[in-house]
Design a protein around this ligand. Structure first.
Ligand code: UDX
Length: 446
């Protein structure tokens, strides 16, 4: 977006992974995101470059965005909760050792509070004499599937800096970059630590809204209340607002769970166990929602899905992306496998290879042969549904609303059941065709 909006700025994206960089330089980009390809193809070779020559890019740059992974630690202190800052630290060290002129280093990766401070210490301790490094925190709030429009018209851009004159001057340089297309009042300057914490806080609050509505969906299913009516009516209160109140089979994505776990870890390290418990509950509710959905499928299908064919429509964690990180669909499919169902999966954007990667555990034991016996990846929704006894909607892809439902009904074993984990289908119309329908948060009246 910077390259697109600022033709006078040269943007060089560097990565150690040659294959990724080659893909960015090729006709087929390594990720799918609506509108991205057009922008990349328009700017590439003009003021946008992809390269593995990291040192050259460091030397040439005035401003460096550190945008690397900060995955949840798998071992050691804080395993399962804390962010692994290995990549952030190695980038910082590389910048310090390679730079021959002063730089503004922008922390873009989501990091725990006070990481900028550590980056500053590393830079200052390892750089050549006479060089200045100013650190800014500029968290990214884009969501997948709408990344380009979010970048184009952000609700806000947050730039955290130290409150020293040098910190403020660095902040001003980055404000100038964004002011090429973002209205001034939307670019907010804060302290470094506020900015770092805001990223975790925003994601935690968003996820908390989903867990809140999902908790209510469980009450709706028992009482016969309709979760969409409840969400709509609550959302009309301007203090609550209508967004992020769509009940679902659970939230997924690379950020929510990771960032909340991070916040939990931070709270525990700060000796605030009540705060940690509070945020942990958002995740607990999400796990419960996935399990609850899968259990509803089993109980509705006469308490057994052994050898029954189940069609799973949607594997991505949300529509308009091929990303499957933390996708609720994988959790639900694993549950179905444990119950010995035959699962046929269709997703318009997720490749077969990725689905099998997500459903197998090669690191632990090679169970791919077993998985392939139970799971089939299909080329269309119709193919997945033919002969199935139940259909589960696990991603809200628009095309699932337009399917030829009467034809699908004809092709299925009876009673034909639909379990709408995203609340996107018109249940009454499906019932008229003959389906038995369960929609999340709408009462179990199959
Ligand atoms: C999120 C934040 O929205 C974004 O600001 C941050 O920068 C990165 O993390 P993303 O994970 O791409 O973005 O997608 P998002 O649209 O937030 O959806 C996350 C998950 O919540 C998806 O699985 C989605 O289906 C689910 N969701 C979202 C609901 O179940 N109900 C809702 O009302 C909204």
């Amino acid at each position: 977006m910077i390259a697109h909006k600022c033709p006078h700025i040269q943007v060089t994206i560097v990565d150690m992974n040659q294959e990724r960089i080659d893909a960015w330089n090729s006709e087929t980009l390594p990720i799918y995101e609506p509108g991205l390809e057009e922008v990349v193809k328009a700017c590439r070779g003009k003021n946008l470059f992809f390269s593995t020559d990291i040192d050259k890019a460091i030397v040439e740059a005035d401003l460096i965005f550190v945008s690397v992974n900060t995955p949840t630690k798998k071992s050691g202190v804080g395993a399962g909760y804390a962010a692994d800052l290995f990549y952030v630290e190695s980038c910082t060290r590389r910048i310090a050792s390679v730079a021959t002129s002063s730089k503004i280093v922008v922390e873009k990766s989501t990091v725990p509070c006070r990481t900028a401070q550590s980056m500053r210490t590393i830079l200052e301790a390892n750089s050549r004499p006479g060089l200045r490094f100013d650190i800014l925190s500029n968290p990214e709030f884009l969501a997948e599937g709408t990344a380009m429009s979010d970048l184009d018209k952000p609700d806000r851009v947050l730039i955290g800096s130290l409150s020293t004159p040098e910190g403020r001057a660095a902040q001003q340089s980055l404000i100038e970059v964004y002011s090429n297309w973002v209205p001034k009042e939307k670019v907010i300057g804060t302290g470094l630590w506020s900015s770092e914490l805001t990223k975790l806080a925003a994601n935690a609050i968003l996820a908390q809204r989903i867990s809140s509505i999902n908790a209510l969906s469980a009450i709706c299913e028992v009482t016969g209340a309709d979760v969409d009516e409840v969400a709509y009516a609550c959302g009309l209160d301007s203090r609550i607002g209508p967004k992020f109140l769509k009940s679902s089979v659970g939230f997924g994505g690379s950020c929510f769970q990771k960032d909340i776990l991070n916040l939990v870890y931070l709270s525990e390290s700060l000796h605030l166990p009540e705060v940690a418990d509070y945020w942990r509950q958002v995740i607990t509710m999400n796990e419960y929602q996935k399990r609850r959905f899968a259990q509803t499928v089993v109980s509705s299908m006469f308490n057994t899905i052994t050898n029954k064919k189940l069609a799973v429509l949607g594997f991505a964690f949300k529509k308009d992306t091929g990303d499957t990180r933390e996708t609720p669909s994988a959790t639900v499919c694993r549950f179905f496998r444990q119950e010995n169902a035959k699962v046929s999966i269709y997703d318009p954007k997720v490749p077969e290879k990725q689905i099998f990667l997500d459903l197998t555990e090669p690191g632990v034991q090679d169970d791919s042969a077993v998985v392939k016996k139970q799971v089939t990846v299909c080329k269309s929704a119709m193919e997945a549904c033919t002969g199935a006894e139940g259909i589960c909607i696990l991603t809200e892809w628009d095309e699932f609303k337009q399917l030829d439902w009467p034809a699908i009904y004809e092709s299925m074993a009876k009673p034909a059941m639909v379990f709408d984990g995203r609340g996107i289908l018109e249940a009454d119309k499906l019932r008229e065709i003959g389906f038995k329908v369960f929609s999340i948060g709408k009462g179990v009246n199959l």
